[in-house]
Design a protein around this ligand. Structure first.
Ligand SMILES: [Zn+2]
Ligand SMILES: [Zn+2]
Length: 253
């Protein structure tokens, strides 16, 4: 019913145009979504066109069209992110970690490194950085919570223990986590986060939103009905959308 993580600009391989915006909103309509949230990567800031999204959205009165941002969290760049967030009345802000200590770990070229490095060590380090992201107060949402598993390298330590402190902070800060279905199309072939984490997150009272992480219109809403079903099975009663940084609740019953 909602998809709060789509990339209009993809990997900066297209421009924001009325046609591309309409293609995303048409697909959202076709899939029966009530809310869609654009969240392009902050490093394409200069290519973003929020007024154009607002204009095209007027032709889709049945759809809540939200404007967000997926910000790359690096501990020493909190000021840079804050500055971006202040430049527009965003509906939501996703904080994501795709990189730490200079290692951009989620690109295909880096897959061999996942098998060469100490897996327990880099999982711990990843969650340390996500904890800092959660503490920063900059975000409404943490993106793809266990992205570090992307190539299928698994730690020997229990993932619930590795993520424990991070989730404590996420709960304290009232942050929302997404079920991001894009992981199914990566080597790990499962949603972010995995089911055991979803159960643990729900037990802690942390709320969920949904995101396809679509980088093209055709993938808007992909597998989200399955993700909703999974959340329902786990006992989640509602999902969270956002309007001007305030939570909007959607019943899952
Ligand atoms: Zn991401
Ligand atoms: Zn994304």
């Amino acid at each position: 019913m909602l998809d709060l993580h789509v990339h209009l600009l993809g990997h900066n391989d297209r421009e924001a145009s009325r046609e591309t915006i309409a293609a995303f909103l048409d697909e959202a309509t076709r899939r029966g979504l009530k809310e869609i949230g654009f969240a392009d990567h902050d490093y394409y800031w200069d290519q973003m066109n929020f007024p154009m999204i607002r204009e095209v959205a007027e032709d889709y009165p049945h759809l809540a069209v939200r404007i967000g941002l997926e910000a790359e969290y690096r501990p020493h760049e909190e000021g840079r992110i804050k500055n971006l967030i202040e430049q527009f009345p965003f509906d939501f802000i996703i904080g994501s970690v795709h990189e730490f200590d200079g290692w951009v770990f989620d690109i295909p070229e880096e897959e061999p490194m996942h098998w060469k490095k100490d897996i327990d060590q880099f999982y711990s380090r990843y969650f340390e950085i996500v904890t800092l992201a959660a503490k920063s107060g900059l975000f409404t949402t943490i993106g793809h919570f266990d992205l570090i598993k992307i190539f299928g390298a698994r730690p020997s330590k229990d993932i619930l223990a590795l993520a424990d402190e991070t989730l404590t902070v996420v709960a304290e800060q009232g942050l929302v986590l997404e079920v991001n279905t894009n992981g199914r199309y990566k080597p790990v072939q499962e949603f972010y986060p995995e089911r055991r984490l979803i159960e643990d997150i729900h037990r802690r009272g942390i709320e969920f939103t949904l995101g396809s992480d679509a980088h093209c219109a055709g993938n808007v809403g992909r597998d989200l009905s399955e993700a909703s079903q999974l959340l329902h099975e786990v006992g989640v009663k509602s999902l969270v959308g956002f309007s001007r940084l305030d939570k909007v609740s959607y019943s899952l019953d």
